[in-house]
Design a protein around this ligand. Structure first.
Ligand SMILES: Cc1cc2nc3c(=O)[nH]c(=O)nc-3n(C[C@H](O)[C@H](O)[C@H](O)COP(=O)(O)OP(=O)(O)OC[C@H]3O[C@@H](n4cnc5c(N)ncnc54)[C@H](O)[C@@H]3O)c2cc1C
Length: 406
């Protein structure tokens, strides 16, 4: 197919959910999804969790069964990179020079893993974790006998990978540039809790440590830090964030920088071009209207729905409450809201019990919660975040349930 009423670039979470939402909202035109990945749409979260651990088969990660898309009259063009966008002609150019024209375009390109720029960064055995092929390569190294790992980056993906590698019996050293883990996303209480947990599970954590070079001839043999120390290893996993995959949009004149700018209905500045998911920079009501990008399943799903509604003539602004989860060892972290700019935190419960919550306040209002093995706080706290409730810190700390504070 070289033309479709609606073309979706990206067959990841946002792209798949957009196709589903369009059909749910009654869109009857032709839909074509184009994506680089050679597999049909699948969930990414298991890539650093149970799929990496070998505990979840890939088929169970598929967002829908393989033949579902054709049955819904959604055409998939896999293993295809979109290289260029001509917004005046409403045409995409894919690798190889083929063109595809669209009536409406949804860009759901996600992001490419940020890579180290130091010497040795491209040696064999240096991994990122973004798609199935990445995790398969990492698993192949493990199967071939790699047992000493260095994880670069103490964000969620780095920590999840470290937890799985420990479970698989690897020696793990985690290198983080900042002075605490999860520094960009969580408050100090949560950072220190996860630091203690990973240490208790045998991960060596180096904070305030920077990579100077990856050593090795063809394959990695070690990681040299700016301190001069070298950590011998068989593999490296780099988890230092993503770069939004928006090159063709920006080259075509779309407004944006760190992500493509979208309005409350996910429209970009280009005519009939929407953008959703990890690559979309938007003013988020739960961030006090600040322009941010969110990298979560929630955001990809809810933006897909927002764009589909707008395209189907039922526009509603994007106002969904942000939520996220992370699994490490036997700890299930659930977060709701955004803690951006918080000025106080309240601890509910004792981290030593491995079941507790951190409530984030801004100007007295509850703006976010991080809940570790505490699903009830997460469910009830979500309502406090949605209501932008103002509640005295001592009540938040001492109440048996958050429900009674609503
Ligand atoms: C290892 C891992 C663990 C995660 N864990 C969690 C979690 O526990 N909880 C949570 O909420 N979120 C988690 N996330 C984040 C979540 O998976 C993403 O936020 C979500 O997938 C974003 O959806 P998206 O459609 O924006 O991007 P993606 O799902 O990344 O899809 C983008 C697709 O577009 C393709 N693409 C990009 N550019 C082009 C182009 N020019 N031409 C063709 N195709 C292109 C890419 O190849 C990709 O397939 C995790 C992500 C990863 C990688």
């Amino acid at each position: 197919m070289n033309a479709a009423d609606l073309v979706i670039v990206g067959t990841g979470h946002g792209g798949a959910q957009a196709a589903l939402a369009l059909r749910q909202h009654g869109f009857e035109g032709s839909i074509l999804m184009i994506g680089r990945d050679s597999e049909p749409p699948y969930e990414r979260p298991p890539l650093s969790k149970d799929y990496l651990a070998g505990e979840k088969p890939f088929e169970r990660m598929l967002i829908r069964p393989r033949d579902f898309w054709a049955e819904r009259n959604v055409q998939l063009r896999l293993a295809t990179n979109v290289a260029k966008l001509d917004p005046a002609a409403k045409e995409l150019t894919v690798a190889g020079g083929d063109t595809v024209s669209y009536g409406t375009l949804i860009w759901a390109g996600g992001g490419d893993p940020r890579r180290l720029s130091c010497p040795g960064a491209t040696l064999a055995g240096v991994h990122t974790v973004r798609d199935k092929a990445d995790t398969d390569r990492l698993r192949a190294d493990l199967a071939a006998g790699a047992t000493r790992a260095v994880v670069v980056g103490g964000g969620y993906i780095g920590l999840e990978v470290a937890a799985v590698l420990r479970k698989l019996g690897c020696e793990v050293v985690l290198v983080e540039m900042l002075d605490r883990l999860l520094a960009r996303v969580a408050g100090e209480d949560l950072s220190r809790f996860y630091e203690a947990e990973h240490k208790a599970h045998g991960v060596a954590i180096l904070l305030g440590a920077e990579v100077e070079a990856i050593e090795g001839e063809e394959r990695v043999t070690g990681v040299r830090l700016t301190s001069g120390e070298t950590i011998a290893c068989d593999l490296v996993v780099v988890g230092i964030g993503i770069v939004p995959s928006i090159g063709p949009l920006i080259a075509a004149g779309a407004a944006g920088a760190n992500g493509v700018d979208v309005d409350p209905t996910c429209r970009t500045s280009l005519p009939d071009v929407y953008a959703i998911g990890d690559c979309a920079a938007h003013a988020n009501p739960y961030a006090g209207g600040a322009v941010i990008r969110l990298e979560s399943v929630q955001n990809a799903t809810d933006m897909a729905n927002t764009a589909a509604r707008a395209i189907c003539g039922e526009p509603q602004p994007y106002e969904a409450v942000p939520w996220f989860w992370s699994n490490q060892y036997d700890l299930r972290l659930q977060t709701v809201g955004l803690n951006l700019g918080h000025d106080a935190t309240v601890l509910r419960g004792d981290p030593a019990s491995r079941s507790f919550s951190v409530v984030y306040l801004k100007g007295g209002q509850v703006v976010a919660l991080d809940c570790v093995n505490k699903t009830r706080d997460y469910a009830q706290g979500r309502k406090l975040v949605e209501a932008r409730a103002t509640i005295a810190p001592e009540l938040l700390r001492d109440a048996e349930t958050l429900k009674e504070l609503l």
